[in-house]
Design a protein around this ligand. Structure first.
Ligand code: UFG
Length: 335
């Protein structure tokens, strides 16, 4: 099977590429390298281009016999999406429009789509079920939900089968440390805390300690990026076998507060990371926890790295060995 991975040089996409290679699949990556890193896509053929560019999509689909697409390419920062809604509709929704249009043209019938817990907005139930209401509270979630809906209509009209995977908080890194997380600027909790442990930040700001949770800080469901990658592989097999569209949550089903995450980072790194309470970050729900019972039952998915400590250990291993992420260290660059 040859799989096109859009956004395969990004954080979650590159881990999916690594896993697909380990499974012996043939992979082609399309990435505009705006956020992604060439080195993250390993030795896989990389088309540097944009999902909105139909000429590059034509090239990929004529030069390769693509059997299925895994679609990660997107802008994915909640805060930024509130300031730049047009950029998010453009890249995420219009980009997906061009991608699926070309898939129909080239008769490619299977897509696994990278969706998010942000489609739920403020949850009505904890843990969150796939058929709970989807009322996004930010533009990012709204664009991902729009794409889910587009895919549903594309199934009805063109028989394009999709699996939408709604991730909770992706974290961790390849256990062997070949690839990991590198965002500029970084906004996610675990890499920020680990940067503080490395001395790259003075302290961590805790965004609000007055939430209705036990210690007052927000609770999230952290899921190892390689477990997410595995779910994409299983979703492809599911599409092959059943030719049925479906939607799945992906999380561990256990929540950890911001303070618990910082405490676990202190244990793993053995560094007394300084943390300070700041005001709430706009748009943060107090608690987001998934039930992934459906993915476990239907896809046969079982997270391998369920413990927060393991997730943080793997992330720490990456950060210690790549303190500058994918960019060269000053001495390597000859500066
Ligand atoms: N946080 C801090 N300090 C920081 C950074 C984060 O206290 O410096 C807190 C946040 O307020 C939040 C928690 O840590 O309560 C986790 O924040 P992240 O930014 O790591 O992750 P989010 O839960 O905001 O976002 C994640 C994904 C999004 C997705 C969202 C779904 O990264 O893509 O879950 O709600 F949309």
């Amino acid at each position: 099977m040859t799989i096109l991975v859009t956004g395969g040089a990004g954080y979650i996409g590159s881990h999916a590429v690594l896993l697909l290679k380990e499974k012996g699949e043939k992979v082609v990556v399309l990435d505009n390298l705006q956020k992604g890193h060439r080195a993250a896509a390993l030795d896989v053929p990389l088309y540097e281009g944009d999902i909105r560019d139909e000429t590059v999509l034509d090239r990929i689909f004529t030069e390769n016999k693509i059997d299925a697409v895994i679609h990660f390419a997107a802008n994915s920062l909640v805060g930024e999406s509130m300031e730049q809604p047009l950029a998010y509709y453009d890249n995420n929704v219009i980009g997906s429009y061009h991608l699926v249009k070309k898939m129909v043209e080239y008769d490619i019938k299977k897509i696994v789509f990278s969706s998010t817990a942000a489609v739920y907005g403020n949850p009505v139930n904890i843990p969150i079920l796939e058929n709970d209401p989807t009322i996004p509270t930010n533009v990012y979630g709204e664009t991902k939900l729009a794409i889910e809906k587009l895919l549903r209509w594309m199934d009805g009209a063109h028989g394009l089968k999709s699996v939408c995977l709604r991730y909770f908080n992706a974290a961790g890194a390849d256990p062997e440390g070949k690839i990991g997380e590198d965002h500029t600027p970084e906004s996610h909790l675990i890499p920020i805390v680990l940067q503080a442990a490395l001395g790259q930040r003075e302290k961590v700001m805790i965004f609000g300690d007055d939430y209705p949770t036990e210690d007052g800080t927000c609770i999230r469901d952290y899921i190892h990026v390689m477990d997410l990658a595995e779910a994409h592989y299983l979703a492809l097999q599911y599409l092959d076998k059943t030719e049925t569209s479906n939607i799945f949550n992906l999380g561990n089903g256990t929540g950890f507060s911001v303070k618990e995450v910082i405490a676990t980072c202190r244990t793993v790194t053995n560094v007394s990371i300084v943390a300070e309470t700041a005001s709430r970050r706009a748009g943060d729900p107090a608690v987001l926890i998934a039930t992934s019972e459906k993915a476990q039952r239907v896809l046969g998915w079982k997270p391998k790295y369920g413990s927060l400590e393991t997730i943080i250990k793997h992330a720490w291993n990456w950060h210690v060995h790549h303190p500058n992420g994918y960019s060269m260290k000053k001495d390597e660059a000859g500066e």
